[in-house]
Design a protein around this ligand. Structure first.
Ligand code: 2NE
Length: 270
C-alpha cells in the first residue's frame, strides 16, 4: 500500500493512506520495546491523527513482523521509571493509553509477533485487535518487577474475565493467536501475509460508517469503566451535538444580539 509519511520520527513511522493513519513502532532490534522517546513520538502522532480531519481510523502496530511491542525498554528502566535523554524517569505510556481511549476515532491494533508486557496493554486498550497467526500475547510484570494495575488489569478483566486476567498476570505465560481469539482478546486471526490487507479492509468498513455514531459508541463503551471521566467524554459529545442544533444557536445568538432568547418554538419532546 502506498503509505505516505505524515511526519518523520526517530523511533516510530507515522504514515497516511486513504483515511487511515498508521503509527508503527520502529525498534525491531528490541522487539519494538518502547523508550520515553518512542512514547512521546506516538503520543504526538496520535494527537496529529486526532486533529487531522482526513483521518477516520488509526492503526497501531510495530515494524518487522516479529513483534507488535515488547513493552518498556528494560535497558533504560531506571529509578522510578523509564529514563530518556533528559535523565527524567517516566511512565508516559500510561498517558498514551488514555489518549487511545479518548481519541474519538477507532484505533485498531495490528499485531504481528509479540505483544508482551506494556506492549500487550497497548493492544488491550485499542478498540479492536487483529492478529497474525504468529502473534503471541502475555504480561511479564511480576517476572521483571513491574505491573500495570490500571487498564492493564481492570480493562483486561472486562475483556477476558476476572479468572483469566488473574491467570495472565500471576503466571506470566504466553498465549498464541488462537488462544487469544478463543478468550475474546482479539477480534480476528489471519495469516501473517494477510495482516495488513485484512486490517485495511476492516478500516474501510469503518470509514464507510457515520463518524458521529462511531464517536458516540466509543464514548459509550468507555463510559462505564471510565467513571466520571467517561461521563465527561460522553457529555462532551452530547454538547457537540447540541451546539449543532438551532435551539442551542438561539441561546448564543440572543446573547450576542443583547435580547431575550426565544426557546418557545423548540419542541419539548416527551
Ligand atoms: C518479547 C520476547 C518474548 C521476545 O523473545 P525473543 O526470544 O524472540 O527475542 P529476544 O532475544 O528476547 O529479544 C531480542 C532482543 O530484543 C531485546 C532483547 O534483550 C534482545 O536483545 P539482544 O540480546 O539481541 O541485544 N528486547 C526484547 N524485549 C525487550 C524489552 N522489553 N526491553 C529491552 N530489550 C528488549 C522477549 O524479548 C521478552 O520477554 N522481552 C521482555 C518483555 C518484558 O518483560 N517487557 C517489559 C514488561 S514491563 C512493562 O512493559 C511496563 C509495565 O509493566 C508497566 C508500565 C509500563 C511498562
Amino acid at each position: 500500500y502506498p503509505w505516505e509519511t505524515i511526519k518523520e520520527y526517530q523511533e516510530i513511522i507515522f504514515s497516511y493512506y486513504e483515511g487511515i493513519a498508521k503509527i508503527s513502532i520502529n525498534r525491531p532490534h528490541k522487539r519494538n520495546a518502547f523508550t520515553p522517546l518512542t512514547v512521546k513520538e506516538m503520543s504526538e502522532a496520535m494527537e496529529i491523527a486526532r486533529q487531522d480531519e482526513r483521518v477516520g481510523v488509526i492503526i497501531l502496530t510495530g515494524e518487522g513482523g516479529e513483534a507488535f511491542c515488547s513493552g518498556g525498554d528494560q535497558s533504560v528502566r531506571g529509578h522510578g521509571g523509564y529514563v530518556g535523554e533528559d535523565s527524567v524517569p517516566r511512565l508516559n505510556v500510561l498517558d498514551l493509553q488514555m489518549q487511545i481511549r479518548r481519541i474519538p476515532k477507532p484505533v485498531i491494533a495490528m499485531v504481528a509477533g509479540y505483544a508482551i508486557g506494556g506492549g500487550h496493554v497497548l493492544h488491550v486498550v485499542c478498540d479492536l485487535s487483529i492478529a497474525a497467526d504468529n502473534a503471541r500475547f502475555g504480561q511479564t510484570g511480576p517476572k521483571v518487577g513491574s505491573f500495570d494495575g490500571g487498564f492493564g488489569a481492570s480493562y483486561l478483566a472486562r475483556i477476558v474475565g476476572q479468572k483469566k486476567a488473574r491467570e495472565i498476570w500471576y503466571l506470566c505465560d504466553q498465549y498464541d493467536a488462537q488462544e487469544a481469539l478463543d478468550m475474546g482478546l482479539v477480534n480476528k486471526v489471519v495469516p501473517l501475509d494477510q495482516l495488513e490487507e485484512t486490517t485495511i479492509a476492516w478500516c474501510r468498513k469503518i470509514l464507510d460508517k457515520s463518524p458521529i455514531a462511531l464517536r458516540m459508541l466509543k464514548a459509550s463503551f468507555n463510559a462505564e469503566l471510565d467513571g466520571q471521566a467517561g461521563i465527561q467524554q460522553l457529555a462532551g459529545d452530547a454538547t457537540l451535538l447540541y451546539y449543532l442544533s438551532e435551539e442551542a444557536k438561539e441561546g448564543k445568538d440572543a446573547f450576542l444580539e443583547k435580547r431575550k432568547p426565544d426557546f418557545s418554538k423548540f419542541p419539548k419532546f416527551p
